[in-house]
Write a protein that binds this ligand. Structure first.
Ligand code: DP6
Length: 364
């Protein structure tokens, strides 16, 4: 599919109003997206687990405007409060998606949104929030274009979410989603996420992700700024080829259920991501001393017990503990006994891989 294929033809059905409500999950990348080109095109392919408990719920009311404008007008309520500080990000999103949703400028939107995870928990909410908003926009588009197929709906929702935040395109479907072209992924695209179609061993079913909240404050460098530091990065070319290779290995591992191999790829991806931050110009660190203490403890636990517990990190200090459902009791005990002490206010979130976004309602 080409970018032009997402520009709709003339409206099929005229409507003055409608509403949509969607819940979209967060996701955690196993092979990381880090570095992008103009138009939110990823520098390398990535693959993530779609999460389940960590999600955003968004309801959007669309009302035809009396006067025409260049972009839609909107009000935004976040967790019951008006948040004008979120407006620039949403306005940029609307500017980016308008070429593909030209009907939108004739509407005023009332957007009401909330997260299942605590605000400023250090968990990036942009993936789930941009996916949920995009699904609401597409739900309205489906009213105007009733001939749209379900496949086209999901593809375009992911395409729009990508324009809001790259990783958001992997928050529409589940339980594993790839984004970006790779020689072993047929149907993979730089323009949208695709539910992973390769064979997946049973051990990865409902894979657990317990998120240890190490640092809940604002990040010192945003992901968007981090991506742009990859442009002239000394190791950029090697990093992008490493991600390709790691994905090749991961595709085999997902099939054969080799959890030792899984830990090696996933942990290496997490540390490579942070190594890119530490070797950017300017360089920076998002891990905290407690992050490192947790990683050491995980390695010690794995060595001592043989449990296939591993970690990954996103662009922050929090640690995601990944493990099969069968190891849940042992790992939760380990977390309580040894890791909670490193979490801010002792907080952590129990999550697992999930099936993707869910429609909660719509009306015309
Ligand atoms: C480290 O998707 O947040 O989580 O496209 O600029 O919005 P923008 O960046 P974003 O980057 C996320 C990067 C990551 C790795 C990943 O999710 O693949």
């Amino acid at each position: 599919m080409l970018v032009q294929d997402f520009i709709p033809a003339d409206i099929e059905v005229k409507t003055d109003q409608g509403s949509a409500s969607w819940r979209a999950p967060s996701n955690i990348a196993l092979v990381k997206y880090w570095g992008k080109y103009e138009g939110q095109i990823p520098a390398n392919p990535s693959l993530s687990f779609t999460l389940s408990a960590s999600h955003t719920h968004t309801t959007t009311h669309f009302k035809k405007r009396t006067e025409q404008g260049e972009i839609p007008t909107f009000d935004l309520i976040f967790e019951g409060k008006s948040r004008p500080d979120f407006h620039p990000k949403i306005s940029t999103y609307f500017e980016r998606i308008l070429p593909y949703t030209p009907w939108l400028k004739d509407f005023h939107l009332e957007i009401s949104t909330e997260n299942s995870f605590p605000h400023s928990s250090g968990i990036a909410s942009s993936a789930s929030s941009m996916a949920a908003l995009s699904l609401c926009v597409l739900e309205m588009e489906r009213v105007l274009y009733p001939s749209m197929t379900d496949d086209a709906f999901l593809r375009k929702a992911s395409f729009l979410a990508r324009l809001g935040s790259g990783s958001a395109c992997r928050s529409v479907e589940g339980p594993l989603v790839s984004w970006g072209r790779h020689e072993k992924l047929s149907g993979g695209s730089d323009l949208y996420g695709t539910a992973y179609g390769g064979s997946v061993h049973d051990v990865f079913r409902e894979y657990r992700d317990t998120i240890l909240l190490v640092h809940k404050g604002q990040k010192t460098v945003s992901s968007t700024a981090g991506h742009s530091l990859m442009k002239d990065h000394h190791y950029a070319r090697q990093r992008f080829s490493q991600a390709h290779l790691n994905l090749t290995h991961l595709i085999d591992i997902l099939k054969n259920g080799d959890l030792e191999g899984f830990a090696q790829i996933v942990e290496s991806e997490a540390l490579s991501l942070h190594a890119m931050m530490m070797t950017s110009i300017p360089y920076y660190l998002l891990m905290k001393p407690n992050t490192l203490a947790i990683l050491e403890k995980i390695w010690e636990f794995r060595r001592d017990t043989g449990e296939p517990l591993c970690f990954t990190l996103d662009a922050g200090a929090n640690v995601h503990l990944l493990y099969p459902a069968s190891g849940e009791d042992k790992v939760l005990q380990f977390i309580k006994n040894e890791l909670v002490a490193y979490c801010e206010k002792g907080q952590y979130i129990c999550d697992q891989s999930g099936q993707g976004a869910k429609k909660l309602g719509s009306a015309v």
